[in-house]
Design a protein around this ligand. Structure first.
Ligand SMILES: Nc1ncnc2c1ncn2[C@@H]1O[C@H](COP(=O)(O)OP(=O)(O)OP(=O)(O)O)[C@@H](O)[C@H]1O
Ligand SMILES: Nc1ccn([C@@H]2O[C@H](COP(=O)(O)O)[C@@H](O)[C@H]2O)c(=O)n1
Length: 364
């Protein structure tokens, strides 16, 4: 077999293994990019140093070794001897070294070209990735009293339905100038999508498929924030495939370099356990049901308080009782019971907690 044919045979033989390894390399670069790292090229180039060396050493061993003579330069001869030894090792480990070199080069090239950037998650991408736009990449609210901060600040807000998480999260996002993600919206879009497709909401696989196919445009629907979508969301949110499909997007959002505010049920426990500040907002079921009833009444919806209270209780039980990512405070979360607080008082209490953290971090 000629040298060219042998080379081609090696390339084809190792291609499947190199593809699998390269895809993992590309995904890991994409994940680091989403988490706020540099460009794919800047992250990928250092990954080429070792395979470049191994590849060159292997080529030296295969094609130059026999013809090699002393150059008369001791330093150069020593360097070439080292390369020759490395090439010898790579030759012994041929079945590992070749797919390693091929896979690394393939993976970095794929990452730079934007392939495999999704990490196997849903069609949602964080805007920081340069892919599809984020749900709410800008700070929420209209307060505009942004605080200038040094260092990342991710604020995780969890709590039961109608506790005031969203209201608080939006104000904090505006106050601290951080992007905001209402994670409930993702589950609402999946619940609504599943219902629209006529899928059994209790079928984890079918609901998981809807979650995987979710795209940002599905989140634009203003009716998603309504009461009914919340009920649908709570049903599909109990399925592990649904949660898995939405996981990467939320984690990437939480890991933005400047930080973020996210509200939901499992932010402090699952999505961003490393969040700098975690707040578990709660209020008694009666107070929450009253707030929800007033909210719906203000929208012209005639609603029965007792019915809303029963729904609030049922949703609490479902969210807290499910086996995956149940509603519960993280061990290091601050509890904020707003039963006796209005919106401003809850906001001030949250700011106090956050400012205390920031001043501790700044050594103040
Ligand atoms: N501390 C508070 N005092 C009085 N009303 C409040 C307070 N916090 C929020 N509200 C009101 O309660 C209602 C529910 O608040 P919000 O939508 O923020 O809750 P949530 O926890 O995000 O709900 P969900 O889990 O359903 O998304 C809204 O009408 C809001 O204006
Ligand atoms: N991180 C989250 C967020 C939401 N859910 C589920 O979605 C339902 C709707 O959430 P809202 O905050 O928009 O009311 C909620 O009842 C949960 O079942 C979740 O599981 N995890």
């Amino acid at each position: 077999m000629s040298g060219g044919a042998a080379g081609l045979f090696v390339l084809v033989f190792f291609a499947p293994l190199a593809f699998v390894y390269g895809r993992a390399v590309a995904r890991s670069i994409a994940a680091r990019r989403r988490a706020g790292g540099a460009s794919a090229l800047a992250l990928g180039l250092p990954k080429l140093v070792l395979p470049g060396l191994v590849g060159a050493a292997l080529a030296y061993r295969l094609f130059v070794h026999d013809a090699a003579r002393s150059t008369g330069w001791r330093v150069l001869d020593t360097g070439l001897a080292l390369v020759d030894t490395l090439g010898g090792l790579a030759l012994i480990l041929f079945f590992l070294s070749v797919p390693f070199v091929m896979g690394r080069f393939f993976g970095v090239a794929a990452a730079v070209l934007g392939y495999f950037a999704g990490g196997g998650s849903s069609g949602l991408r964080d805007g920081a990735d340069g892919g599809m736009p984020a749900v709410s990449p800008k700070a929420g609210g209209e307060e505009g009293d942004g605080v200038i901060m040094a260092g990342k600040l991710t604020i995780a807000i969890d709590g039961p339905a109608a506790a005031g998480k969203g209201t608080l999260a939006r104000r904090l996002s505006a106050h601290y100038g951080l992007p905001y993600l209402d994670t409930g919206l993702l589950y609402r879009a999946v619940g609504r999508g599943a219902a629209a497709a006529g899928i059994d909401l209790d079928d984890p696989v079918a609901a998981g498929r809807i979650a995987l196919a979710l795209t940002p445009s599905a989140l634009d629907d203003g009716t998603l924030r309504g009461h009914e979508a919340g009920e649908l969301a709570s049903r599909v949110a109990a399925h592990p495939p649904v949660r898995a499909a939405l996981d990467a997007f939320q984690r990437a959002f939480a890991a933005r370099p400047e930080g973020a505010v996210l509200d939901g049920r499992d932010i402090g426990t699952v999505i961003a356990p490393e969040a700098e500040v975690k707040i578990f907002v709660t209020a008694s079921p009666e107070v929450r049901a009253r707030r929800r009833t007033d909210e719906l009444a203000a929208k012209g919806r005639g609603v029965d308080y007792e019915r809303i209270l029963a729904e609030v209780r049922a949703r609490d039980a479902r969210d807290a009782g499910r086996s995956v990512a149940p509603l519960k405070p993280a061990p290091d979360a601050h509890l904020l019971d707003t039963s006796e607080m209005d919106i401003d008082a809850a906001f001030r209490a949250a700011c106090e907690l956050i400012d205390r953290f920031l001043s501790g971090r700044n050594g103040g």
